[in-house]
Design a protein around this ligand. Structure first.
Ligand code: PLP
Length: 706
């Protein structure tokens, strides 16, 4: 250990508190501080500040703090800011436990695969801002999701670098210096589960981990990879998440009044809650079940049955035999909890059905998704009678995480800091009106230039992209229904649009295909060939998509393109992030865009009345591709390049203003949390947990024109 000056030692202590609370992931001044302390480490570690606190970096960090009093002062001031943030008042109960298989908080903690995880991360951050008494429960995957590599032929491969939890902003949960572990019985053995905690502002996130030396090698793998392994592995994983999660909270003395299942992966928690209640009170299974039901809330994110987890009934019976015997359920009664038709003895066990059968409140993630989900489950009757109506709570994004510092600083000056926590349309409109075209355009140019610079760095090609050209972004998971390659249907037409010398257009693509989704890898490969062949300068495909890359893309693009097969996109959130930063959206009228779209803020691709059958995929794709070309060629490019006498795209910038004000307000995670508070988290004992008064315009569903 080094002998440290007392002031350095104080600064190091404060720095550690800053590093180990992920509030820095939405506080750019703290990120800039980390970067100043050690620029090289910050870049090489994927923005992981824990590295500066461990050997061999610790010595360098101490020296930097000792030599530069300015740095120590900044540490002290950011530390005071964090303390003030953490000390603000907390909302009244109910206490909520939010269970999710993935959490996307930051690129340094790669335990997410896409939108579902990023939404969960934004949910925790917004809950922290609003002071809601909420904890998160998930899994610590020591091999994360995967790192994407694209080879010289455009084919994706996957790498699984092992994460060292000690080098991440996580702390092992201990009591009296001993790690807290809970136990789960699997056939023939007991698995121990350790608990890591990530602090997310005022919210705790507990991540369960079976990678303990005293577990069998195959059991250590249970929490190795997000969505890895076969269905039997997936079943064990979901047992650890649902059953283990409830046990972990009990071991920590946390007594939630609401258990929120973010997608069906965590639905086994219902069985564990029932078992515990029976053991504690001696009540019957049915009594326990109806009592537990009042505590359970379920959010469904899928539009198609293929998005749901199903398990082999034999495997399920094998894993849940002790449970079944303890609560006195016959095999068929247990399986019926997860069968759409309880009398279908051959059906696999559906986690979505288990969730619907055990939760008293269910929501879909946009208004159109509510209709789709209601139809999807229309033939289904829960054990309590008709399925409860599915509410619509449209997804939202955590403003402070996604908005570029250049824009945030400008709004901060005008509006103070509160707009980032709870963006309001009226104040944003006023603030935007006060920003002249010259200034708004300068910010947009700066952000686009930064994206171009980064894209050149990511690809190692410095002839790529033009910093002044209309720049389109398309970045998300490469699931085939999202149709990333729709734009390649007519390459001649695309070439005319991109290559118009008066109005050049360029596109940046990024995204991961699931390792076992070969058709999605084909899509990526087609795009890669276009980007490395005929469209060398105007299309970039960048590999290694993650939250950090997503930030650069949503901040730097002028137009965000979204072309899913309607109505398969439940919500989508990347377009909301882009809009916050002054990009305009052009999208199929699906998910959130179906309710956000007005001609003042962006473009609709196609219309709402295309009722295509599943067999008409070819004709539908053709029509949607044509609509995409038409809107790009005849509306978007002309508007972007229509400049006034001073050289500004004044009409475009008017749309940018309207889009930022609408989307930042109506599609924020703060609005979303308000609606969860008023709907899903309402319990009979507690009314509305929303802190805010009725003067907010967000008590109902978001209305773009409010
Ligand atoms: C926001 C985000 C997504 C979700 O994108 P959609 O357009 O909603 O599918 C996926 N991945 C990352 C890394 C994101 O940040």
């Amino acid at each position: 250990m080094l002998a440290l000056e007392p002031n350095v030692s104080t600064a190091l202590g404060s720095l550690a508190e800053l590093v180990y609370n992920l509030r820095w992931t939405w506080d750019p001044p703290t990120q800039q501080l980390f970067e100043r302390i050690s620029p090289r480490t910050w870049t090489s570690s994927r923005h992981n500040p824990v590295v500066m606190l461990a050997e061999p970096e610790l010595g360098r960090t101490s020296r930097a703090l000792g030599e530069d009093p300015g740095l120590s002062d900044t540490v002290a001031s950011r530390h005071a800011d964090l303390a003030a943030y953490l000390g603000a008042s907390v909302a009244p109960p109910p206490r909520v436990a939010y269970f999710s298989a993935e959490f996307g908080l930051h690129e340094s903690l790669p335990i997410y695969s896409g939108g579902l995880g990023v939404l969960a991360g934004d949910h925790l951050k917004a809950a922290s801002d609003l002071g809601l008494p909420l904890v998160g429960v998930g899994l610590f995957y020591h091999q994360g999701y995967f790192q994407q590599k694209i080879d010289g032929n455009g084919r994706q491969s996957e790498e699984y670098p092992v994460l060292d939890p000690d080098a991440l902003p996580l702390r092992l949960v201990c009591r009296e210096h001993q790690p807290v572990e809970i136990a789960i019985d699997l056939p023939g053995r007991t698995v121990s589960v350790g608990i890591w905690e990530a602090r997310v502002g005022r919210v705790g996130l507990f991540l369960l981990d079976t990678n303990l030396p005293h577990n069998l090698p195959e059991d250590r793998e249970i929490t190795a990879r997000l969505y890895g392994g076969d269905t039997d592995m997936r079943l064990r994983q979901e047992i650890v998440l649902g059953v283990g999660g409830v046990r972990a909270l009990a071991a920590l003395g946390i007594v939630p009044e609401v258990f929120h299942m973010n997608e069906g992966h965590a639905a086994f928690l219902a069985l564990e809650r029932i078992r515990r209640l029976m053991a504690e009170t001696g009540c019957s299974f049915d009594q326990a079940r109806s009592q537990v039901r009042q505590q359970l809330a379920f959010t469904t994110h899928t539009s198609v049955p293929a998005g749901i987890d199903y398990f082999d009934p034999r495997a399920l019976l094998a894993y849940f035999r002790p449970f079944r015997e303890e609560v006195g359920l016959g095999p068929d009664d247990l399986l019926a909890l997860g069968r759409e038709n309880p009398h279908d003895g051959g059906a696999w066990f559906s986690m979505a059905v288990l969730a619907l059968n055990t939760a008293s409140r269910t929501n879909a993630v946009s208004q159109i998704h509510q209709k789709v989900a209601t139809t999807l489950w229309s033939g289904f009757t829960t054990h309590h009678g008709d399925a409860p109506p599915i509410q619509a709570i449209t997804n939202g994004v955590h403003t402070a995480t996604w908005v570029a510092p250049a824009i945030a600083d400008r709004f901060d000056r005008q509006l103070g800091l509160a707009w980032k926590t709870y963006p309001e349309m009226r104040s944003l409109r006023d603030a935007l009106r006060a920003i002249p075209d010259a200034e708004l355009w300068a910010i947009r140019n700066l952000l686009r230039a930064r994206l171009v610079e980064e894209a050149r760095r990511w690809t190692g090609r410095d002839d790529l992209l033009d910093p002044d050209a209309l720049t389109i972004g398309f970045a998300r998971r490469f699931a085939t229904y999202k149709r990333a390659d729709l734009i390649l249907r007519d390459v001649d037409r695309l070439a005319r649009i991109l290559g118009n010398p008066d109005r050049p257009v360029q596109i940046v693509f990024a995204g991961k295909a699931h390792p076992r989704d070969e058709p999605a890898k084909d899509v990526l490969q087609r795009l890669w060939h276009a980007a490395n062949g005929p469209f060398r300068h105007a299309i970039a495909v960048v590999d290694g998509y993650d939250i950090g890359m997503a930030r650069t893309l949503v901040q730097g693009c002028d137009l965000w393109l979204n072309t899913p097969r309607r109505p398969h996109e439940a919500s989508g959130t990347s377009g909301m992030k882009a809009a916050l930063n002054g990009a305009l959206n052009a999208s199929i009228l699906d998910g959130w865009w179906d309710e956000a779209y007005t001609p003042e803020i962006g473009w609709a691709i196609g219309d709402r009345d295309g009722h295509w059958g599943e067999s008409e995929i070819w004709a539908r794709d053709e029509a949607d591709a044509r609509a995409t070309y038409d809107v790009l060629e005849h509306q978007i490019a002309p508007l972007f390049y229509a400049r006034d006498a001073a050289g500004y795209p004044y009409q475009w910038l008017e749309m940018v203003r309207a889009s930022i004000a609408t989307v930042a307000a109506d599609f924020s995670a703060a609005r979303m949390l308000d609606q969860y508070g008023a709907g899903l988290y309402r319990t009979s004992e507690n009314g509305n947990i929303s802190q805010r008064d009725g003067d907010r315009a967000h008590t109902g569903s978001p209305s773009p024109r409010s």
